[in-house]
Ligand binder design. Structure first.
Ligand SMILES: [Fe+2]
Ligand SMILES: [Fe+2]
Length: 215
């Protein structure tokens, strides 16, 4: 496997997602300017991070657990904690669990994750699913959190994702190293994820507009 190619080049993810950068940025700008919406958005991210951590744990039940995998799942669990802690701080109230009231687009977020996992498992098999699902999710996490971090910096909201981003970058590098140069598979799975993300984001956007109209 060539060591010089980056996961971004190999997957074509950033190029394919160019058209979505501006609308996602606009959505995030609106969300961070509204503390209640921002809290519900962060609780949704907390749920997705928690689902990721739980999925890693379940996928490793009958395997030899490595230091790298244990580190990965514990960091995803900490990301879930990070987002819930800041959701409660910015929202100014306890946000126990993940309910329709305290979690933005809870059902769509769960469907995004569930479909991604099922679709990729079907394609690569259950044994290889952990690596491939993680790899495409890390691409999305890095892509989204980079834009989110930039929006936060410009908005003046006291929240930094830089430590979290550094961990997601490392997960991406680790997962990419396991894909064995199968860039054709990576491109196809990343495109599949982009399709699911666009649908999910569309629901998020509608939900935020509806909330605003109700205020
Ligand atoms: Fe994470
Ligand atoms: Fe990660």
């Amino acid at each position: 496997m060539s060591a010089s190619i980056s996961p971004w080049t190999a997957s074509g993810m950033r190029d394919e997602n160019k058209p979505y950068e501006a609308p996602v940025r606009a959505f995030l700008e609106a969300v961070v300017s509204d503390p209640l919406a921002h809290a519900r958005f962060m609780n949704m991210l907390s749920m997705l991070e928690h689902m990721g951590s739980r999925k890693i744990m379940l996928s490793q039940m009958n395997r030899t657990l490595t230091e790298e995998t244990l580190s990965h799942l514990s960091e995803e669990a900490r990301h879930a904690y990070f987002f819930k802690r800041h959701a409660e701080r910015i929202g100014g109230e306890k946000m126990d669990g993940f309910t329709d009231e305290n979690t933005m687009c809870r059902v769509s977020a769960m469907m995004y994750f569930g479909r991604l996992d099922a679709g990729i498992s079907k394609e690569v098999g259950d044994d290889a699913a952990y690596q491939w699902v993680s790899l495409v999710i890390e691409l999305r996490a890095c892509w989204l959190y980079e834009i989110y971090q930039d929006v936060l910096e410009k908005s003046g909201v006291a929240l930094s994702l830089s430590a979290l981003l550094a961990e997601e970058d490392q997960h991406l590098a680790d997962m990419f190293a396991h894909c064995g140069g199968r860039y054709d598979v990576l491109k196809r799975l990343s495109s599949y994820e982009t399709g699911l993300f666009v649908k999910f984001w569309h629901h998020l956007d509608i939900s935020r507009s509806l909330l605003q109209a109700a205020e």
